[in-house]
Structures are given as structure tokens and as C-alpha cells.
Design a binder for this molecule. Structure first.
Ligand code: UN1
Length: 507
């Protein structure tokens, strides 16, 4: 596996930096638990240089016309298309997700590049009717500044692309602090970006040095950047604990934060649901990425009338899941990221049993893959009711199932009774159930789907959620506005000076 990873890095044009005896993080794969390389953490002196270069890059980049900024992102999309396979493989190796999902992640990067290229000609502001004669009001959107992207291991490159593609067309420079569990895919993406810049410059365009920079390190590096007053926007993906730190630090200095934190996502299975669709959707959402997506389905709320039909079918499917090497054809579930994830999963299952949950699965398997490789059978836990353990997000493939009776409102109440508010879905063919779920008294999540699972969102919609999910929105729709500053301009083209609100102020 080590050789495969090094070959891929070579193909992608990555030169690994030497540690020079400095504090370092370890690049490894959860597939076998092997380590590949030690990579140096940024020092305080380096951070200072990187942030000032990023700031200087912003000062130049903001003056480039937006459609020309889009041209760089178009080239980035082309480079990603050309490198989809090796980058997708490297994502599988570093994050442990199956190759199909690794490729899907790179496709998500390509899609957001396409979206951002179009957007680069559509950073529209409004014109507004002025109450004063011979006056015009308008809104203009301007570049904001260096944008810090903090990303998690589970989507090690797509989330960078959601943020970067938008930030770049909006006229910002970007700084990227990847998870310490996924530094290699970050370095590979940066190498791909640099090739796009080279082509951009070769075509006669100017791009500043340090327009995008990767900063490796642990939480202290993220914290130092988050507190830096030259960075007006921090977009952070990860745990609610980390998001709270970022939220507090940015609020203290009146910087902006886009927070995309955890989820404790539920699907409601109503009496009229098509159970065949439910089986595939639920399984993909619950066990995909080995239960380590923030959109992973963690709670299934099943109507009593279909419970006894559906649950045994799901259990049978779980019994046959192909778990193993994520690069091998046909595998559906790869490893957990590390030992800590495994221990947290076991802890949750112990609590579930103690509160009366009936557990199928959860055991460690495939130990021959490596002493530090943690493969598990995804677990189904039938719960007597929605108890505390279910209301806690455990980043592992555990699907809790509870029964509901009566009207869909009862299921919606369970859906909403957790701290997070990222994704949710309902399976129904009854339009009244559906409309109640997506209506104002329905799901309180940022994503509310009908007849599809909770995970696997397209880039065209705004992505993010409410409550402890952090409230941020990334990716499609009008999320770009968070990456720009808005100015309201009132222009007087007359020769009098009427005051707003009709105020008289004669000198
Ligand atoms: C995440 O887990 O942080 O909707 C992002 C999905 C993916 C993105 C997940 N498109 O599942």
C-alpha cells in the first residue's frame, strides 16, 4: 500500500516536504494502518510568512475581473478531470472510503468548479428604488479577503473545493488547514492547483504567488490562523467541539465563520414508503464512507405498520455487506479511520445495550489487514425508544432504529429532538406526509429530502444545517455571498441634496 501511495503522489506531481527535525504529523492509510511519511507542521515564523503572502495575493487578485478569475477555476476543473483516477485512489487510501466514493468526491470538486466558472459572470447585486429624486441605489459585491478553510478527514478534498472554487471567483485568496489525518490528499490537490496556475500564467494571465496555500499542522496551527485578524473569513468543517472554538474566536474579532459541523441525521419511513427504495437508500446513507459522513444516516424512524417487514430485510442486507479493502472491486464498506473511531463506536454500542438496545453487528473483522486497521461490521441497533445514546453523534456506522405510531408529526418530533440539524429525509408516497415534512412545522434541518437518503447531496444546493451543525452554508445556491462583502451605494445624479426620511437641515 505504501508503494501505491508513493506512486500516486509521484503521478500527481507531489514532492513531500522534509521535516527537518521539526514537529511532524504522520501520513497513513486506514486500509492497512501503515504510515507513509512524516510531514512537518508549520512553525509560527512560517505561518506569519504564509498569511502575509496570502494577504498580498488577495490585494492583487481582487483587482482581476471576476470572469478572468473564473478562467483559473475552469483550468482547475480541467486538471481535476485529467487526474480524477489517481486523486480518487489517493482519497480512498488516505480516508479509507471505497474507490467509487473516492471518485465521487473528485467529481464533486469538478462539479463545483463548473458551478463557480458560471458564477464568475453572475456575482449579481440588486438595484433598489431610491426614495429621493435623481438618486439611484445599488448593491455591489466585492472580494472579502484571505479565506481560511479548515477541512475534515472524511471529505478531505471536496470540501476544500466547495470553498476554494467559490472563494477564488469571488476574488479571495485561500489558506487550507487540512485534517492532520489527511495531509497527502491536500498536498496532491495543491499540486493540481499549481498546475492550473501554470497554465493560466502561460496563457498570458497574471496570478499572484500564494493565491492558495496548504498549512499542515494540528489544532494549534488552526487556532493561530483562526485568531489572525488578516483573515476575515473562516470556513470550518468538523466536529461541533472544534466549530464552537472557531465560532467563539471569530465572533470575538468580528470575523465571519461558515460552520459545517456534525449531524445526527434521521430518515422517517412512513406507511406508504416504497420499501425497495428504502433498502438501498438507507444502506448507502448509513454505511457509506463507513458511517463517517456528516450526512450519514444515524437514526431510522419507522412507522409501526411497516416495522416488522422492513427491519428484518435491513438486517439481512447488513449481514451480506462486502466489507474490506476499499480499493477492491465490489467492496461496499471500508475501514474506520483509526483506533479512536473504533473505540468510540464500541463505547456507543455498550451504552446502547445498557439502555435496552438490541445490537446486530459492530464487531471488529479483517484483523489480518493490519494490527492498526479497524474494519467493523456496520451495526443496526433496535431501540425501545429514542434514548440519550441515539441523540449523540458517534462518527461510525451505527444505525439506530425506533418505531413511531400515528401521524407523521410524531416522527417529525423525533427527527427534530436532537442537537444537530444537518440532514433528514422522509420516505412516503403520501403527499400530505411529504408536505408536512418539508413545510414550516416539518424537519428543522438544512437538508430535508423526500424518497432519497440523507447523504449524497449535489453541489448545486446550499449545503449545511442548523443548531449544533453551525448554521453555515457552502457550495451552491447563493452561498457565494458569504465569501464577499456587500456595499450599498446611493448615487445622487442631481444637483440638490435631499435627505432621506425628508429631514430638513438648511444651513
Ligand atoms: C461531509 O460529510 O462533510 O452530501 C460532506 C454528502 C456529500 C458531502 C458530505 N456530498 O454526503
Amino acid at each position: 500500500m505504501k508503494q501505491t501511495a508513493l506512486d500516486l503522489l509521484n503521478t500527481l506531481g507531489v514532492i513531500l516536504p522534509a521535516t527537518g527535525g521539526r514537529d511532524a504529523i504522520t501520513a497513513r492509510t486506514p486500509i492497512t494502518g501503515e504510515s507513509f511519511a512524516m510531514l512537518p507542521c508549520a512553525t509560527a515564523v512560517e505561518l506569519e510568512a504564509i498569511v502575509s503572502q496570502s494577504h498580498a495575493a488577495f490585494l492583487m487578485w481582487r483587482t482581476v475581473p471576476a470572469p478572468l478569475r473564473g478562467e483559473l477555476v475552469r483550468l482547475l476543473g480541467e486538471e481535476l478531470r485529467a487526474n480524477k483516477l489517481p486523486l480518487g485512489q489517493l482519497v480512498s487510501i488516505e480516508a479509507g472510503k471505497i474507490l467509487q466514493e473516492g471518485l465521487g468526491e473528485v467529481q464533486e470538486m469538478i462539479d463545483i468548479c463548473d458551478f463557480a466558472v458560471g458564477l464568475s459572470r453572475q456575482l449579481y447585486g440588486l438595484t433598489i428604488a431610491s426614495e429621493r429624486a435623481e438618486h439611484r441605489m445599488m448593491e455591489t459585491w466585492h472580494p472579502l479577503g484571505p479565506t481560511l478553510i479548515i477541512s475534515a478527514f472524511n471529505f478531505p478534498v471536496a470540501v476544500w473545493a466547495w470553498n476554494s472554487a467559490l472563494a477564488l471567483v469571488c476574488g479571495n485568496s485561500t489558506l487550507w488547514k487540512p485534517s492532520e489525518k489527511s495531509p497527502l490528499t491536500a498536498l496532491a490537490t495543491q499540486a493540481i492547483f499549481e498546475r492550473a496556475v501554470k497554465r493560466y500564467v502561460a496563457a498570458g494571465n497574471a496570478a499572484p504567488e500564494g493565491l492558495s496555500a496548504v498549512v499542515l499542522g494540528r489544532g494549534d496551527v488552526g487556532a493561530a490562523l483562526t485568531n489572525d485578524t488578516r483573515i476575515p473569513l473562516v470556513s470550518a468543517t468538523g466536529s461541533t467541539r472544534m466549530g464552537r472554538l472557531v465560532g467563539e474566536a471569530t465572533a470575538k474579532r468580528f470575523a465571519r465563520a461558515i460552520l459545517e459541523l456534525g449531524g445526527n441525521n434521521a430518515a422517517i419511513i412512513a406507511p406508504s414508503a416504497n420499501l425497495e427504495m428504502v433498502e438501498r437508500a438507507v444502506t448507502f446513507s448509513a454505511v457509506g464512507t463507513a458511517g463517517q459522513r456528516c450526512t450519514t444516516l444515524r437514526r431510522l424512524i419507522v412507522h409501526a405498520s411497516v416495522y416488522d417487514t422492513l427491519v428484518p430485510r435491513l438486517k439481512a442486507i447488513y449481514g451480506k455487506l462486502r466489507i474490506g479493502d476499499p480499493l477492491a472491486d465490489g467492496t461496499l464498506v471500508g475501514p474506520l479511520i483509526d483506533k479512536l473511531a473504533f473505540e468510540q463506536m464500541q463505547g456507543a454500542l455498550t451504552s446502547a445495550r445498557a439502555s435496552g438496545g438490541r445490537v446486530q453487528g459492530g464487531e471488529r473483522i479483517n484483523e489480518t489487514m493490519g494490527a492498526e486497521a479497524y474494519y467493523v461490521k456496520p451495526a443496526i441497533v433496535e431501540m425501545p425508544s429514542q434514548l440519550a445514546v441515539m441523540c449523540h453523534e458517534t462518527f461510525a456506522p451505527i444505525l439506530y432504529i425506533v418505531k413511531y405510531d400515528g401521524e407523521v408529526e410524531n416522527a417529525i418530533a423525533l427527527n427534530n429532538a436532537v442537537a444537530h440539524g444537518l440532514s433528514s429525509s422522509i420516505f412516503t408516497n403520501d403527499m400530505r406526509d411529504m408536505e408536512r415534512f418539508v413545510g414550516p412545522a416539518g424537519s428543522d434541518c438544512g437538508i430535508a429530502n423526500v424518497n432519497i437518503g440523507t447523504s449524497g447531496a449535489e453541489i448545486g444546493g446550499a449545503f449545511g444545517g442548523e443548531k449544533e451543525t453551525g448554521g453555515g452554508r457552502e457550495s451552491g445556491s447563493d452561498s457565494w455571498k458569504a465569501y464577499m462583502r456587500r456595499a450599498t451605494n446611493t448615487i445622487n445624479y442631481g444637483s440638490k441634496l435631499p435627505l432621506a426620511q425628508g429631514i430638513k437641515f438648511d444651513l
